[in-house]
Design a binder for this molecule. Structure first.
Ligand SMILES: Nc1ncnc2c1ncn2[C@@H]1O[C@H](COP(=O)(O)OP(=O)(O)OP(=O)(O)O)[C@@H](O)[C@H]1O
Ligand SMILES: C=C(C)CCOP(=O)(O)O
Length: 269
């Protein structure tokens, strides 16, 4: 069983800026992942990251997520992919520097979508990389789309596809982003309270209160993230999804399965 990790674009970049990567934070998260793997060599990881203030700006500017007509100028598609890859280079280099055998595998080179959903993705190289002990690094990306021309595929969509349509079954998904899920967007409502656990008893209420992103985001922000993760929990038996912040040691504790008194745990019940 695998552990999927997503490093959220809202924490590894300043989403209010432009291509503003938080290099010290990325290096520290990379070090926590590398240490966890060194401590537990059986840890089977698939690491992913969002696009933050890199890809989302270009995608929104050129409407890549809404679909580009065959006759349109596809420069925006190339610019969006280029920006996503620039952030990916930074993340992969930080992981390599931390001692992890990180291998960049660009999803858009092997994936096709239809109406914004992945219709096929050749994941053979991903599985081969894992079989050689490498850590494949994937990221939210552009896609050629058979119904609307172009699309943006979020990191969560990639992880959901791997979890349901490949042999790479996760037992847990760790999303590093906002500190937790709150009763309202904590960047807007200072009285918002942390929700420690999401299960069948409160998912409806949580989805009603979850909002988009505080910044430009073409893939829907917190609400669509929770919606997709809940659907996944219904589909993959035993799957747990943990949402945590980037504070020192929290990712390391989550990877070590140590008790956590922060964040939000989503699970079926
Ligand atoms: N109920 C909520 N609890 C927590 N965060 C919320 C809530 N509602 C909205 N948000 C917003 O969701 C944001 C996180 O979603 P966002 O999609 O920006 O994160 P991300 O996945 O890290 O980004 P990216 O898509 O770039 O990887 C938070 O910064 C917060 O502003
Ligand atoms: C905007 C692009 C290129 C990818 C979006 O992926 P996400 O940041 O995981 O939502």
């Amino acid at each position: 069983m695998y552990t999927f990790i997503k490093l959220g674009g809202s924490v590894i970049t300043d989403k209010a800026g432009r291509e503003a990567a938080d290099l010290p934070l990325i290096s520290r998260l990379a070090a926590e992942i590398a240490q966890a793997r060194a401590a537990n060599p059986n840890l089977r990881l698939i690491i992913s990251h969002g696009s933050g203030s890199f890809g989302h700006h270009y995608a929104a500017k050129y409407g890549v997520h809404r679909g580009l007509a065959a006759t349109a100028d596809w420069m925006g598609f190339a610019l969006t992919a280029g920006a996503a890859l620039r952030l990916n280079r930074i993340v992969v280099d930080a992981l390599l520097d931390a001692g992890l055998p990180a291998l960049q595998l660009q999803p858009s080179a092997a994936l096709v979508s239809a109406a914004g959903q992945i219709s096929s993705w050749d994941t053979r190289n991903l599985a081969l990389a894992l079989s050689h002990g490498l850590c494949p690094i994937i990221h939210g990306d552009v896609a050629f789309d058979t119904t609307q021309g172009s699309a943006i595929i979020s990191t969560e969509q990639l992880l959901a596809y791997l979890a349901t349509s490949s042999d790479l079954r996760p037992s847990r998904i760790i999303l590093v982003g906002e500190d937790a899920v709150y009763t309202a967007d904590p960047r807007v409502d200072l009285n918002a309270e942390r929700i420690p656990r999401i299960d069948a008893s409160n998912i409806g209420e949580v989805l009603d209160s979850a909002a988009g992103s505080h910044a430009i985001d073409v893939t829907g922000g917190m609400r669509s993230k929770l919606d997709l993760m809940w659907q996944l929990i219904q589909t993959v038996p035993g799957l747990q999804v943990r949402l945590i912040g980037p504070q020192p040691g929290v990712l390391a504790s989550a990877l070590a399965d140590a008790p956590l008194h922060v964040g939000t745990l989503m699970l079926d019940s």
